[in-house]
Write a protein that binds this ligand. Sequence first.
Ligand code: PBG
Length: 339
Amino acid sequence: MQNRPRRLRLNEHIRNLVQEHSLTANDFIYPLFIKDQENAQEAISSMPGIYRWGTESVLRELEEAQELGIKAFAIFPVIAEEYKTLNAEESYNPEGLTQRAIQRIKQEFPDLILITDVALDPYTSHGHDGILENGKIANDKTVEILRKMALIQSQAGSDIVAPSDMMDGRIAAIREKLDTNNHQDTLIMAYTAKYASSLYSPFRDALGSLGAKTSQSNIATLERAINIPQDKKTYQMNIANSKEALKELDLDLAEGADIVMVKPAGWYLDIISQFKSKSTAPIAAYQVSGEYSMIHAAAGAGYINLDKAIYESLISIKRAGADLILSYFAKDFLKQIPN
Ligand code: PBG
């Protein structure tokens, strides 16, 4: 036999020497849910081990994550019902929760990288990522608000604004707004290929937004009143398409995105791999709430080993071509990096 591939698998040290991919703390962005109650630490039932933190208690969580080497955090605000409106005015309130959280965190940890979500869903009474007009999502009106929102976040100290809404033309519009207001150094991480996935439900539970179990009846009433479906299929991508992702990639890069993202990650490795081969921009992948919850549920039932499944899910995302990974497992993984 000329070739015996198994020689390279002979023992652990040889396997490690020829291993192609690995994960370090630098690969991770850790998502955090923040609520307007200083010392909150509220469990999220569909996401074991993940909490809604307050603007003070979150500092503890940040410290723990930093000890593990994590330097980048994505912040998602839980907005109280009374601040949700049809036109999402709270999204660009300079005193709003996200802005206050950024300021507080930066005061304590000035060199941490904070990434803020630019999308209206936490702020609209109906939970959609856009403004409604005659029962439809009005793209350009929504983009106008996203521009204001991105600038307000940047002014509060956000390092990277991350539009997750999938409106057309928002990257160029946000870039222009930031640049003309002297915020040239704020990065844009575009949710470039964000699919209309079933895997966001636990996240929506965490935020109490559209499709959350907790606000189901509320939404149904609204849905009848405004006559618009509960899903996000008129803006998030069709899960059956991949060419469309490449179109979005071309557009976001041309419009000035610094980092492009694929979301979800684990069921969309083909898209990550195509992005990697088609562009020189850093590729982010978001291992979303449903991916986290599924792995936990299967491990909890004793069907799979939790630590091994966490590692396999993450290294697969890296192997596919992701440079950065947003994952709720970031801390758990770094606590015990396997070989
Ligand atoms: C909303 C947003 C969503 C997520 C991040 N930003 C949910 C959605 O589009 O409905 C999902 C993240 C996750 O599931 O972990 N703009």
